[in-house]
Write a protein that binds this ligand. Sequence first.
Ligand SMILES: [Zn+2]
Ligand SMILES: [Zn+2]
Length: 326
Amino acid sequence: MTTQTKTLPPKPASAAGPALRPGIAPLTGIGATIKQVTALAVMLIPLVGFVIAVQRALEGRMSTTDVVLFGVFYFLHMGGITMGFHRYLAHKTFNTSPFFEGLLLICGSMAAQGPIMFWVTTHRRHHTYSDQHGDPHTPNLHGPGVLGRLRGLWYAHMPWMLARDVSGWNFFAPDILANRKLFFYHRTYGLWILLGLALPAAIGGAIGGTWDAAWSGFLFGGLARVFLANQAAWCVGSICHMIGSKPFKTDDNSANNWTVAILTFGEGLQNNHHAFPGSFRHGVKWWEPDLSGWLLYGLGKLGVVWNLREPDQKTIEKMRKRALTQ
Ligand SMILES: [Zn+2]
Ligand SMILES: [Zn+2]
């Protein structure tokens, strides 16, 4: 297996260059305003919900149902993003049935990280220009010294979503654009976000039997879950391109960070992932924390997913030697 995914456009020859690279277009006027208002809503509305949820918890008004709803919807949110949006859609690392595909993409949409065309084009662009100009969320191009690093970490965590540019659909994701079945999930994105907020509210209300229990379910399983899970997910773009171990020599600054990996079901193993982007696993060793990789392996045994792609031992050793000799 090659270390590059077939779906990724070729890497540019040089790290130098203007901010806008092939596949990226400037965004002006109403388009830029819509992008920025949407991004701010995604950052701020869940934050407000999280603050209210914390206040409720401090007042002793967090029920066992709330904790379970938070856990279950965190699992669906992170599983949908990591297995569905990332490893299935962006990197095509396995095949599955239309039913399981739908389940993965609906759960991923509930994360409110953008509809599939935004997510996949942004992510493939990240791999194409990783830690160079054109990378939508690199923490490494924000000046020297500690201040530059801190500025970079902050930018790569959230403000990158406000950038006045757009990743080309035809350039980065023509395969998804041409697939009407997949595009359905793009068009119905807003519906799935609402479902991800309404379901915990309905379940909380049904179990608690009061409007207050429904409100609490909405806060913990809905907004607070979106806030915390996305904070963890955005650490992959910020922390995991600066802080952590680098067992493989890649063309970027990607690093393996176990804390982030545990919180993000394996995504924090960024150095492994950038070395082998076409692999369904992010853990190269079986014991590296990669819950989504372990789940996909198990689902493969059950026949729910198939054609799970991963590098053979020889390819891994070759990459390991490359790291030692350079
Ligand atoms: Zn990365
Ligand atoms: Zn990736």
